[in-house]
Design a protein around this ligand. Structure first.
Ligand SMILES: *Cc1c(COP(=O)(O)O)cnc(C)c1O
Ligand SMILES: [Zn+2]
Length: 424
């Protein structure tokens, strides 16, 4: 029976929260939306830590969703849980893609199979459980679209109200999800980066629980479960390299945190090389990493068809740059056409439907293979972070072909056979 927040709040004693830059402790129940005051919003993102010597990593078999990792989550256990199944998405072996890349194995983590069809559900589930534990009735987020549609559904499933701030150009399918779930949607006539600042102010002013990425450290805890699932599905022998699309950098940094904790617990022998993939028209983190800079230079007019990673001010840059360095990984940029190619290949060679940002990780693998940076013995994985139907226009822009249009007339059947004959 779910406890909807009426009982005492018992955050596990092992979970504490600190500023990533100065290490100042910040109480976990005050951390959502509140970066370290001394370090400011960019340098002062906060991070959850556990006393791993007291964690008993008995997660059970896949199937129940991400709360089976409660020993590594900052929510009371037992405590509020959600009725929807989040996480425990499939990890597919894609042998035809492995042959194409010239590697031993390609694994695809299909996170489009979450309730709102993106990886963001992992973060929203933990955030909503946290908000329930703290008895906070209103949750809010700024989002290019997926974080907001995810929060809309998960809040609805738990009886909380959601207020969402999205840029005016958010893809209509994502806005439809939010509206259908009864959320209050605020369209900000500006970029995602501007919507983020408006939402942060509103949370501060009205006391809403903030699900703004990076400034709420429990979100990364939810996102890191994708790493835990990948490692468990590989019998704790993780792939050599894992790639994912990068906007704010939170998912990428969370992958590192998950693999890091597994190694610290002695469950896995090593951390995979982590490759974060940005679009060339919006690559402040790839640039900062290549230049060895400590922070990213903000980009005023980010440009890519991959809306979920169209982020000019990466809010989780400190952790993302650290994740690339510490995993001996990389942050790279690929052209939009490479992402379109990845969208087609994922669907045509593996049957996996990815939105543009969801295909960016695999586009990074294509890029690495083309530049001779993958070895024949490598086992590599791409996180497919969002479903193609999240952005129908984006999907169609990746497809050069048109459907065959015919009249409902036996005489036109011949033209179908002509067309098929020419493509077989
Ligand atoms: C949010 C998102 C990303 C990138 O995550 P960040 O934490 O912003 O780097 C990638 N793909 C999809 C589908 C997303 O929704
Ligand atoms: Zn600090």
């Amino acid at each position: 029976m779910a406890n909807f927040g009426n009982g005492p709040v018992m955050t596990p004693p092992e979970a504490t929260c600190r500023c990533v830059t100065c290490g100042r402790p910040i109480p976990l129940d005050q951390a959502p939306g509140r970066p370290c005051e001394s370090c400011g919003p960019v340098l002062g993102t906060t991070e959850v830590h556990y006393d791993l010597s007291r964690v008993h990593p008995d997660f059970g078999p896949p199937g129940r969703g991400l709360f089976r990792f409660a020993a590594l989550l900052p929510v009371p256990d037992p405590g509020p849980r959600l009725p929807l199944l989040v996480g425990d998405t499939p990890l597919y072996d894609a042998p035809r893609l492995a042959r194409r890349l010239g590697v031993a194995q390609v694994l695809l983590k299909d996170d489009g199979r979450n309730p709102s069809a993106s990886l963001k559900d992992r973060a929203s589930a933990v955030a909503v459980a946290h908000a329930l534990a703290l008895s906070r009735p209103v949750v809010a987020a700024a989002s290019t679209g997926n974080a907001a549609s995810s929060l809309a559904l998960l809040a609805a499933s738990a009886g909380l109200r959601a207020v969402l701030f999205v840029p005016a150009d958010a893809p209509p399918p994502k806005v439809a999800q939010m509206m259908l779930a009864g959320a209050t949607v605020v369209r900000v006539r500006g970029t995602y980066d501007q919507a983020f600042d408006v939402c942060a102010l509103a949370c501060e002013r009205f006391g809403w629980y903030s699900r703004n990425t990076a400034t709420n450290p429990v979100l990364a805890e939810g996102k890191k479960t994708v790493a835990l699932e990948i490692a468990q599905a590989c019998a704790w022998d993780p792939p050599d390299l894992v790639a994912v699309g990068v906007g704010d950098g939170c998912v990428f940094a969370a992958l590192y945190k998950g693999f890091h904790e597994l190694r610290a617990l002695g469950l896995t022998p090593r951390i995979p090389r982590l490759v974060g993939v940005q679009a060339e028209g919006c690559a402040p983190l790839a640039r900062a990493f290549a230049e060895g800079a400590a922070t990213a230079t903000p980009l005023r007019e980010p440009s890519t068809y991959a809306d979920s990673i169209r982020v000019g001010v990466p809010r989780d840059q400190v952790k993302a740059l650290r994740a690339a360095r510490a995993s001996n990984g990389d942050l790279i940029a690929v052209p939009d056409d490479r992402i379109r190619e990845a969208q087609r290949l994922l669907a045509r060679e593996a049957g996996v439907l990815a939105e543009p940002a969801g295909a960016a990780g695999f586009a990074g693998l294509l890029h690495l293979a083309a530049s001779g940076r993958l070895a024949a013995r490598d086992r590599v994985a791409a996180v497919v972070s969002g479903h193609a139907l999240k952005d129908v226009a984006g999907a169609m822009s990746a497809v050069p072909e048109q459907p065959l249009d015919i009249a409902p007339d036996p005489a036109t059947i011949g033209s179908v056979m002509d067309a098929i004959g020419s493509i077989i």
